[in-house]
Design a binder for this molecule. Sequence first.
Ligand SMILES: Cc1cc2nc3c(=O)[nH]c(=O)nc-3n(C[C@H](O)[C@H](O)[C@H](O)COP(=O)(O)OP(=O)(O)OC[C@H]3O[C@@H](n4cnc5c(N)ncnc54)[C@H](O)[C@@H]3O)c2cc1C
Length: 402
Amino acid sequence: MKTFGGTWHSTPQSIVPCRSIDDVAAAMLIARKKRLKVRPHGTGYSWTPYLLTKGISLDMSAMDHIIAIDPVARSVRVEAGVRLRHLNHQLEQQGLALPSLPFLIDQTIGGAIATGTHGTSRKGGTLSDSVRAMTLVRADGKIIRIDASSPPDQLAAARVSLGMLGVITEVELGLVANPRIHAMEREMPMADFLRRHEALLAHANQGWAHWHLGSGMVKVLTLEEAKGGHPYLTGGKPAWINPPPPSLLERLRGAFQRKAPLPESKPYAPDQNITAMEYSLPLSQMAEAIEELQTSDFASDWPDKVLELKFLGASPHSFLGLNADGPVVCFSLYWPMRPEDDKLAPLVKLETVMRSLFAKPHWGKYHQIPNKAYLKRAFKHWDRFEKQRAAFDPDGMLHAFG
Ligand SMILES: Cc1cc2nc3c(=O)[nH]c(=O)nc-3n(C[C@H](O)[C@H](O)[C@H](O)COP(=O)(O)OP(=O)(O)OC[C@H]3O[C@@H](n4cnc5c(N)ncnc54)[C@H](O)[C@@H]3O)c2cc1C
């Protein structure tokens, strides 16, 4: 088995295809008897070694049923192996959508939640923030449902857990009405962006920025809610996959403000030779981080590249989410590389700056495994998460780092 892009490899003792919750529980008991570690996987669309094990790897992708959509309660119950693409299609038929979608939609819901996967919404947070309840199979084979009636720390730990509390088999998520949006595109120098970002993004349904490292120009993209606009989800895809044309006015403004030509960005082609890293920082540290990156080798070594900035509102709903301690900016590197390039070189430089600021790593993207001291400093509630993890799995059978 290997991670996305082939950075990490491992040969598990066995890969168990799970078709039901009983399959998961049975595999867990066998692993326990043989003292093997267990790692579940969805589509394997992550760059982190946590996906892999030398023990038992559970393939969750066949648990792919949408159990019920409730338009009145605005919720959906799904098995963990359901892919976002399939779920989007079904929700769209009923005029509904998930509040926050990532830029890729081929992941399973279980994998996306386990890693705190997100889009870019100051209102919507991460996908994990919309989890209302979930069913897990614990390391001792017991099946447990966690919901609003459970001790609050259990739900906050389970919402982003990398599978360390148990294998997620079923999830209930909150939904929103599929919004109607206008796409806006503006270009400006970084200094202007730093001054104006709150006003530009605060009311947008979704908003993100592409920072062209060489010119210092920033392309700001927002999806603004508007009656008569395009539906956010169409054909199961969010607006960033098939973007509606920006409004004419904004296009003209962009043309007048343009100081340097920006490269065509096609960042989400399904290309395996992609290098990706993401760290999040409190929004209040955005200017400091950008200054550090501008003055380090990072910007000068890759003047043709674009670094993406995504934004998330604060959410108290999880302990390990990128936005668990306040509103954040996510520095997201997603670069197609040539075969002869050293894929790790840009990552090392970005990570050095991000780690000097105790930024939080995205649990599904490439990063060095943080030590305990770093985790405690980066995640204010790390100890509360660890307490729940130890209660659910005292032997560390599902531990991702060990
Ligand atoms: C091309 C590409 C684009 C991406 N774009 C975005 C983006 O826009 N935004 C974003 O936030 N992320 C993005 N990601 C990251 C991606 O969303 C996460 O890595 C996600 O976890 C992948 O889902 P998966 O089903 O492939 O999970 P896997 O990669 O199979 O697993 C990821 C982790 O989740 C655990 N896990 C999987 N299933 C379960 C389960 N049922 N129960 C418990 N634990 C489980 C695994 O053990 C592993 O640690 C992108 C990744 C790729 C490859």
